[in-house]
Design a protein around this ligand. Structure first.
Ligand SMILES: [Fe+2]
Ligand SMILES: [Fe+2]
Length: 449
């Protein structure tokens, strides 16, 4: 049995790597917390087969310290570094830059340990894919068999078929599973893509149905938003996820255009039983559209452009909705995130902008709005200096900020909203920001009269 040392301070990564290294690669895994502990162990156990380490543990330059030790002592041990490149390259080292790519780490480990890749690829993707039970609330039949998972022994699961391909079922029967505490159904992995297509098509059909009340529609948009973002992150863009996102975005614009006044619509969205990220996206698109209208910047396609940006701007935070509230460097530091999550938040605007470049129907320029949504030109980090950005980016930043403050009010339960716009003037003191904020105030004042 191969012996492998693992140094990984990100808890999730550590769990994923540990499970996969032991169950799929069958290694004898030894956990160490830092370079010193590892070096101490190597001095008594120099025949370790492989070391997997994160490049940095807190302030310690872990990977470089271990690499130097291996070279100084001429130890021929493979070293997989997750994160930054080594200062001194050695032929035994491999760098995996994406700090969350556990599958790559397992693949590379298998190779380093001489384990056949074919055997591995069969094992690494589980045979069944978990699908949230909530997804089934908008369906009344399904195009594949659906299973639940039961624990057979500490390491083994059994899958029991609960819904047959083509069976119809009621919303109540799905609710019952939820009440019993079931979070996920399982579907065979070869059916996953077709299931996602089936689900997307059903949602589009429902969203397009003319006899849906406004509040029902918002509810359904929220559920569809959640499904679309998660499936895009898992499966990428395909014609169905593209169609579903288009339908949701068109409805965001339609809701705005139909609505006699902004605050009524915001009120409906904020009080709907939908996810935080969807609410923020929809509200940001509403407020940005209102500013565009007031400033008479509504060139053809402008509403669609901001709605599209609103949909996708925080897609990489979909699994950590709370992170989407971080809107300044100070807040990011205060959140005390681990290194991987810090990077995720710091880069999410840039990554999302790059993602939607692959979306075949992304309106031209929507990637810029996404990239700029925290004020920085390159989509990394945060900035209050927004003068040089395009008008639509500035409008989006201010709308986005305004909505974030609204949500915070709601959450703090305060009934008397303090004038949020004062904060905005302070944060963005430039002349053109002033014009944009004024355009929003115009609408807000109209209401209070
Ligand atoms: Fe963001
Ligand atoms: Fe956001």
């Amino acid at each position: 049995m191969s012996q492998v040392i693992l140094i990984e301070n990100n808890k999730t990564m550590n769990d994923l790597l540990s499970v996969n290294l032991t169950s799929y690669l069958g290694v004898d895994l030894i956990h160490r917390h830092n370079a010193q502990e590892t070096i101490n162990l190597l001095s008594i156990l120099p025949n370790i087969d492989l070391i997997i380490t994160t490049s940095q543990v807190d302030e310690e330059d872990t990977a470089n310290l271990i690499n130097n030790y291996l070279m100084d002592n001429q130890l021929e041990i493979g070293l997989i570094v997750v994160g930054q490149a080594l200062r001194v390259r050695s032929k035994n080292s491999i760098i995996i830059e994406n700090v969350l790519d556990w599958e790559k780490v397992i693949q590379v480990s298998a190779k380093a340990l001489g384990i056949n890749e074919k055997v591995l690829s069969k094992k690494i993707i589980p045979d069944y894919v978990p699908v949230p039970v909530d997804y089934f609330l908008n369906l009344d039949s399904v195009n594949c068999d659906v299973f639940i998972r039961i624990k057979k022994s500490p390491t083994e699961y059994q899958y029991v078929k609960r819904i047959h391909n083509g069976d119809s079922f009621s919303k109540e029967s799905i609710d019952r599973y939820k009440i019993q505490g079931l979070d996920f159904f399982y579907i065979p992995k070869e059916n996953h893509r077709n299931f996602a297509i089936f689900l997307s098509n059903k949602l589009v059909e429902k969203l397009d149905s003319p006899d849906l009340s406004e509040s029902k529609k918002i509810q359904l948009m929220g559920e569809s938003y959640e499904i679309a973002t998660k499936e895009i992150l898992k499966l990428g863009f395909n014609s169905e996820t593209v169609q579903l996102t288009d339908t949701i975005i068109n409805n965001m614009v339609k809701n705005f255009e139909k609505s006699p006044e902004m605050s009524g619509l915001l009120h409906k969205v904020i009080n709907s039983r939908t996810g935080l990220l969807f609410q923020r996206s929809h509200m940001t698109s509403i407020v940005a559209c209102e500013m565009i209208k007031n400033l008479k910047l509504n060139s053809p396609g402008a509403y669609e452009k901001v709605a599209f940006a609103a949909f996708f701007h925080d897609i990489y935070l979909a699994e950590n909705e709370e992170y989407s509230k971080i809107n300044s460097f100070e807040e990011l530091e205060k959140a005390e995130l681990n290194e991987a999550d810090w990077e995720l938040v710091f880069n999410h605007a840039h990554e999302a902008a790059d993602l939607i470049i692959n979306h075949p129907e992304a309106p031209i320029g929507s990637d810029d709005i996404i990239r700029h949504h925290h004020g920085s030109v390159h989509g990394k980090g945060f900035s209050n200096i927004i003068e040089k950005l395009p008008d639509l980016s500035k409008i989006f930043i201010i709308a986005h900020n305004f909505v974030l403050e609204l949500i915070k009010y709601k959450e703090n339960g305060s009934s008397e909203p303090k004038p949020i716009t004062d904060e905005l003037y302070k944060r963005y003191p430039s002349a053109d920001a002033l014009v944009i904020i004024k355009s929003l105030e115009k609408t807000l004042k109209k209401r209070s009269r």
